[in-house]
Design a protein around this ligand. Structure first.
Ligand code: BG6
Length: 480
């Protein structure tokens, strides 16, 4: 893209809090660091009767504190923003939107349409944008569409949405977002695994005993009870963020770094996940819970059966991972907020020091701290100085912030940058989203046969989740 070219980022549903909390700070920060090629305009579109002035005021009031950057001030950035009032359900409003976007651009523009709307409007919005020519790509101008989660609520609805969208635009125009993929530590998974010669030879069933992945939150549904009732922990976190982590931890090395090569390998892992319905007794592999007080949250049914906690044991049935348990866990109102991946290694084949019958002897682990305190830990045993042999656990830590002396960029910043430059590596392809729903549907079907257990706020969820580990396999990590 040439320096003088203009990109209009058009947020449909701009009055929602995603715009001021995440998208605008990310755009401002990328603009500040001159990460976008060419010129940028931001256009908010929503039903509210705002104008440019009131939209800018809303952004200033609600966005986290915006310090001026060396390149431009917040006020100057606001000058790049505009507002267009439109009813996004109404086809007739899109022609006026197109006209206004042309006026604001004052010439040819590449366009990114960010659908920050309710999922029922995904298809309608894209149909309407197409009908007025806003998705036409000609004379080297691009038109891309970003779709927020949830992308479907099961395999059938995801397929129908894919089908509907792909009848209108090409897969190359479609960016299905999962903000976890924009996190620096998640992107580092590929570098850590495939750039370091000492990791890859060990990363398989021969040496790995177990993998556990936790997305733990210490907040509740935060006023989103209505949405959460239809989603639960499985659709909110497990189907997307958690399965993406599984795919990145377990995938084969891609043949190159093209979006196709990376996404091909991720899809293969999702295809190999063992369907929980194959387990004769699902209660042995799935524990679901609901925090005490969830049913009193606004928008939540008094007899709600929605899970706010889920823990599951699964397997990736392929050559590399055959027989290695993958333990997955996520929940609201747990004692702390963290996301981590721990790869636990088998004991050496023969011990010179102590008996392997002792369950605490599981020294070697690599923990990838995705957030907060991003970093990597390596656990191993050492000899305590002194007479005789006394073995003690030790740890090597790598902390991003200590090492690089700068905070990691916000996930949305990187993702928006990639949309503008047309890199789809960190976005979910149609077959990927369908495969993740295929497994999730199986989990939900199997889960129906397991009881919903209440847990106290600030506890680690229902106690039986601990029994997902075999006798000597270890236990869940708490905040790393
Ligand atoms: C969102 C979920 O996708 O991810 C929220 O809808 C959740 O319920 C959030 O709180 C967690 O994201 P992060 O980046 O804070 O781990």
């Amino acid at each position: 893209m040439a320096d003088h070219e203009l990109t209009q980022v058009v947020i449909l549903g701009a009055s929602g809090d995603l715009t001021s909390r995440k998208l605008v700070p990310a755009l401002y920060s990328a603009h500040c660091e001159k990460l976008f090629p060419g010129r940028l305009q931001l256009v908010g579109v929503a039903r509210r009767p705002w104008n440019d002035q009131s939209f800018r005021q809303m952004l200033t009031d609600n966005a986290p504190t915006m310090k001026s950057c060396s390149y431009d001030s917040w006020e100057a950035f606001l000058g790049l923003t505009s507002y267009v009032q439109a009813h996004l359900e109404t086809a007739a409003d899109y022609a006026a939107l197109g006209k206004r976007l042309d006026e604001i651009a004052g010439g040819p523009a590449n366009r990114v349409f960010y659908l920050a709307v309710k999922p029922e409007l995904f298809l309608t919005s894209v149909q309407n944008l197409k009908a007025v020519g806003l998705l036409t790509q000609e004379h080297g101008r691009t038109a891309r569409v970003v779709v927020e989660k949830p992308f479907g609520s099961d395999l059938d609805s995801a397929r129908a949405l894919n089908h509907g969208l792909l009848e209108i635009i090409g897969e190359d125009q479609l960016y299905r977002i999962d903000h976890y993929l924009g996190k620096e530590t998640v992107q580092n998974l590929l570098v850590f695994r495939f750039r370091n010669a000492f990791i890859e030879p060990l990363w398989n069933q021969k040496y790995v005993e177990l993998v556990q992945i936790t997305v733990s939150e210490n907040i509740g549904v935060e006023g989103r009870g209505g949405y959460y009732e239809t989603s639960g922990a499985i659709r909110d976190i497990l189907q997307n963020h958690l399965l993406q982590l599984v795919a990145l931890v377990a995938m084969e090395p891609p043949s190159n770094l093209s979006p196709k090569a990376i996404r091909d390998e991720k899809v293969k892992i999702l295809q190999c996940l063992r369907p929980p319905t194959e387990e004769p007794d699902p209660s042995k592999i799935i524990i679901r819970g609901q925090y005490d007080g969830y049913r009193q949250e606004p928008g939540v049914a008094p007899d709600s059966q929605t899970e706010t906690f889920i823990a599951a044991r699964t397997y990736i049935d392929n050559w590399r991972w055959g027989g290695v348990p993958f333990l997955l866990r996520t929940g609201k109102y747990l004692p702390s907020r963290f996301t981590s991946i721990t790869v636990q290694f088998r004991m050496p084949p023969h011990t010179l020091f102590g008996s392997y019958q002792e369950c605490h002897l599981r020294p070697n682990k690599i923990t990838l701290r995705i957030q907060p305190n991003d970093g990597i830990d390596l656990d191993f045993d050492v000899k305590e100085p002194g007479h005789g042999i006394t073995i003690r656990p030790a740890k090597l830590n790598f902390d991003y912030q200590d090492y690089f002396h700068k905070p990691s960029p916000e996930a949305y910043q990187r993702l928006l940058q990639d949309v503008v430059t047309g890199d789809q590596s960190l976005f979910i392809r149609s077959d990927e989203v369908e495969e993740s729903w295929r497994w999730t549907d199986s989990l939900r079907a199997a889960m129906a046969a397991t009881p919903l257990q209440t847990y106290a706020k600030n506890s680690w969820g229902p106690a039986p989740a601990n029994a997902l580990f075999g006798e000597c396999e270890g236990r869940w990590v708490s905040a790393p």
